[in-house]
Structures are given as C-alpha cells and as structure tokens.
Design a protein around this ligand. Structure first.
Ligand SMILES: [Zn+2]
Ligand SMILES: [Zn+2]
Length: 344
C-alpha cells in the first residue's frame, strides 16, 4: 500500500511520512560552522591540539581532521564522502570549500559548505623538548679495541634515524647525534625507543650491551633518571681473518654470543660459543690475486704475486692450472678465500 505525503499530499510517504522531494526539501544532512580554527607547530608543521599542545598530524591532513570534527551530521545521516578544496588567502587564513556526501534512509545527499579556516601558530610539546635539548636516554655505540668503520658508522646513523622516524611516540626524536672517537652518541627523547634501538644495534653488530642510570634531578617530587645504553661492538667483525688455536679462519658471522668461522684450509665452518670467543685474534694480511701454476692431490702451487715465489697451498676445492684465484696472504703463506668473500 502506498502512503500519501503529509506535506504535499502526493504519492509516497516512506520518508518520515513525506515523499522524497518534501523530505529532501526539509532535511539538512550536515552543518559546518562558518569559522574553523587550527593551530600549527612552527617547527614541525604538524597540527597541534590546542588544549594539550601535542602534535596530531601533518597540517594538510589536519585540515580534514578539523573539518570532520566540526561537521555536524543529521541524526540519521552517515557520511559517505568528504572533499575539501582550499584556497590560502595568507598564512593565517584559508577558504575551504567542503563537499560532503551523506546517506539518509537510503537517499544520497550532496552538499557544499564554505568556511574560513583561521590559523594560529605555536610550538608543540615535542618540538619544544627537542629544540630545548631534552633527552631521556643516550645510546653509546663503541668499537671496542678497533674503531668502527665509516660504513658501520653510516649504517648506525641510518638505522637510528629510520627507527626514530618510523616511531609514533611523542618524544621520538634525536636531540643530537655526535661522532666521537671510536663511536657514536645518540641523544634521544624517548627512553623505551632508545632501548629498542640499542638492542637492535647490538643484534646487528654483536658484542655487549650495558644499561646504566644517572640521577639528573627531581621533577614533581620524583627523581629523574637518565639512561645510557652502551653497545660495544666486538673486536672482530664478519669478513675479518682470524687466528684460532694457531689456525687461520675467515670470520663468517659475528653474533651476540657466538661466531661462525670458516677454515681456509679444510673449507669447514665451525660455530664458536661465547666462552671460546676470547681465543679469536684478528690478523692483518692482504687479499691478493694469484695464478695457479700446477696442481697435485689436495694441493695447488700458486705464484705469490708479491714475492714471485711458488707457494704450496692446501685447498678445499679443486683448482685448474692457469686459473686466477684470490688468496689471503699472511706471514708468507697463502690461503684460498671462498668466492663468496666480498670485503675490501
Ligand atoms: Zn511531498
Ligand atoms: Zn612541532
């Protein structure tokens, strides 16, 4: 049975007893105030919550958030779409044209609102801390007896910056980063993030990890501590040549509490446990190319490119005369290095 409209008396009364036309004419799906306000941080360009002074989102996204918050919907309406065009009059004033699509009782409504967005500026909590030299923790990365290489230092800086940028924590910022003798110091605004990063650095470099606290003062009746996370890289690293019980190995992997070493004569790998690591000694020598002169069983005669002497080498893989191979040259001996060896 079709109802009649209570407004016009025409057919169709399914929209609150009125027909579609009358329902549309009497319904306002959404309202938007004439004046909207937004605060932006001068330092980071994020929108700032004016009551807490915390940064929220980047200011472009902030406009949408301001509009969504201010938009008042008809009680039966669901927002379907929101389009915002902005025209900047100056740094403090923006004209907004907002297209709001709503659904009410299965009918689609499209409206256009115009508002002006008034902008104020300040500095968010995060930025005032970061530029106020605030930090909760220091990560110290050290190289032990050897200095960290440029590549290792660059890796560490990149890794820390990436982790800080990817964190949503309010105090996720680097107050400063300093290159110091044999290592790096990072001053970070967030203690728990600093700890996570320090652990990741230790996982990458191997070596030891140490936490220490120092009392820096009192705030609101509580002691305030600053934490230092010390990550000490081991004295050796993957790609080093090492001696272990007077035999020569290539260090394949340097872990936190173990290391994998490759015997250059037998071609066999071995994993060392923490207590055996003390016996590893890094040895200095050069990786050079040498020509295979002749071969006999398990042995090859190579021409030492430095001394021009023929040197017998035990090799885990068969070689052919005339072939050029890479060898580690140490105390007059030559040791065939695996083809996977890439360092230097
Ligand atoms: Zn009607
Ligand atoms: Zn800021």
């Amino acid at each position: 049975m079709s109802e009649l409209c209570l407004e016009c008396g025409g057919p169709g009364g399914q929209y609150n007893h009125t027909c579609e036309d009358c329902f549309r004419a009497s319904t306002e799906p959404s309202k938007l105030p004439q004046v909207l306000k937004m605060k932006i941080c001068l330092r980071c360009n994020y929108m700032v919550n004016p009551s807490t002074n915390q940064r929220v989102v980047e200011w472009e996204k902030g406009i949408e958030e301001v509009v969504r918050d201010a938009l008042v919907l008809h009680k039966s309406a669901a927002l379907r779409s929101l389009e915002i065009d902005r025209h900047e009059r100056d740094d403090y004033l923006m004209d907004l044209r907002v297209g709001a699509g709503c659904d009410i009782m299965g009918l689609k409504f499209t409206q256009e609102h115009t508002s002006e967005l008034r902008i104020t500026y300040g500095v968010c909590n995060r930025c005032s801390r970061q530029y106020g030299n605030y930090y909760e923790a220091i990560i110290q990365l050290r190289g032990g007896r050897r200095s960290l290489s440029e590549e290792e230092l660059d890796y560490a800086v990149g890794a820390v910056e990436k982790r800080v940028a990817g964190s949503g924590a309010e105090n996720a910022f680097i107050t400063r980063a300093e290159r110091i003798h044999r290592g790096l110091d990072f001053y970070l605004g967030d203690k728990s993030l600093a700890k996570e990063i320090a652990r990741e650095l230790q996982h990458y470099f191997g070596g030891s990890y140490l936490e220490s606290f120092s009392l820096v003062g009192r705030k609101d009746g509580k002691d305030v501590y600053r934490t230092t996370y010390l990550v000490r890289a081991p004295d050796y690293r993957a790609g080093d040549f090492v001696s272990y019980h007077n035999r020569i190995f290539l260090l394949e992997k340097a872990g936190e509490k173990s290391a994998a070493i490759y015997n250059l004569i037998t071609g066999k790998s071995k994993t060392l446990k923490e207590r055996e690591l003390d016996k590893l000694k890094v040895i200095e020598g050069d990786v050079v190319e040498a020509v295979v002169v002749s071969i006999s069983e398990k042995e090859a005669q190579l021409l030492d490119p430095v001394s021009y002497k023929t040197v017998s080498v035990l090799t885990p893989i068969p070689l052919t005369p005339g072939e050029t191979v890479r060898v580690f040259r140490y105390e007059g001996g030559l040791y065939l290095v695996p083809t996977s060896y890439a360092k230097k």
